[in-house]
Write a protein that binds this ligand. Sequence first.
Ligand code: HEM
Length: 407
Amino acid sequence: MSQDIPTPPETTEALSFNPHDPRFVEEGIPFGTLARIRREQPIFEVAERTWYLSRFQDVSAALTDVETFRADLGLITGIPAGVAVIPEEQHYLSEIQEPRHKAVRRLITASMSSVRLKAIQPKLEEECHRLVDAMLAKPVANLHDDYAMAIPAFAMTRIMDLDDDAVGHFMRWSLDGTLMQRPMTPGVPPEGPASHIFFAEYLAHQRSLPKPSNDLMALLLDALIEGEPLTDAEIITQLHFMIQAGVHTTRSLLTHLVNRLVQDRDIWNAIAADPTKVPLFIEESLRRDSPVQRTTRRCTRDTEFNGAVIRKDDWVEMGIGSANHDEAIYDSPDAFQLGRSEPRKHLAFGAGSHVCPGAALARLEAQISVVTLLDRLDHMEMVEGATYPPLPGSLGHQAIPASLFAK
Ligand code: HEM
């Protein structure tokens, strides 16, 4: 029930690692190189004035030290170098400075409260069953397109109290690149990408009602921060960011889960025999196959950090994926094991004041999607001759073909 990755032979070859290497999507994460980095140069100088933190304790400490390592000074997605000024109302949650960040974040957290999660649970269950029905009608299902990809977009529309039409929009925007755009992105019309136009119309409609019919929109429209309501542009930016932050990431998690289930019958059998192990399966996947492998910070002052001198304005990559494989914390870190003593001890959702506010929603989607497969299927089989994407490495939207055997 574990997949050990062979330890690469000792080598004197110079260490080289680019945390943004696009090949990871197709070829998987080079865990052997990361192990060498943790061992030989744990605070690795990727390029001039750019560092990669590889050990659990360092990543955890730096994520928590938000005064020194600031998220809101990081790279602004969707804006090429040279476009320096972005109106504040186009700042995503992670880019907003304190103390406003905390106040806006409270609203996003409220939108995914346990009461709201409970309310969407039956709808998610129903959707997962519907997707399994559709997959069973095919000779070979594609667990990526037919299942993992469909669930997060659906869940996000239900959290936002939107109807079925929005599911198609969310799926499309998550594939066509527009989720990475802002109104300021060159080439994008001033009214913004498609999601901005959609939410602007939706908000205008909600405002025109005597009382908003949508609870989440009511929460955002009624909120006051330092006595002032949010502008529509701010609300739209945060709704857009919820889709950007929550759809790809959760799709990755679900893709990793189904990919592993189709490839590893021992794990399938273990959780089918004892479904109380499903949360262990999910947490181990989050740790071993972290959907978010890294996140960037900017250093605000000269500092000596565990022996390395990191200077003001240096870029610092938080190696979440490496930290989650740190041999100082985990036995056989590259192995996938259901029996870890502290299954939630990982940094897959980050740490500190930017820790993922969508973690409970992601876990709920994972739990329901796995349990539905276990409820409905006797087992799944790999398709002979098919190739399977690496674990982790699902953002390439590669197919996961499987033969499904109903109970
Ligand atoms: C498996 C699924 C997910 C993973 C692995 C994940 C991972 C993360 C990580 C690592 C961070 C911290 C980034 C940093 O510190 O720079 C983060 C932040 C965030 N996530 Fe998630 N996430 C997931 C699902 C979701 C979902 C479903 C939502 C729903 C809206 C969401 C919304 C956000 C937001 C808004 C932030 C920014 C928080 C802030 O800066 O205060 N995420 N996520």
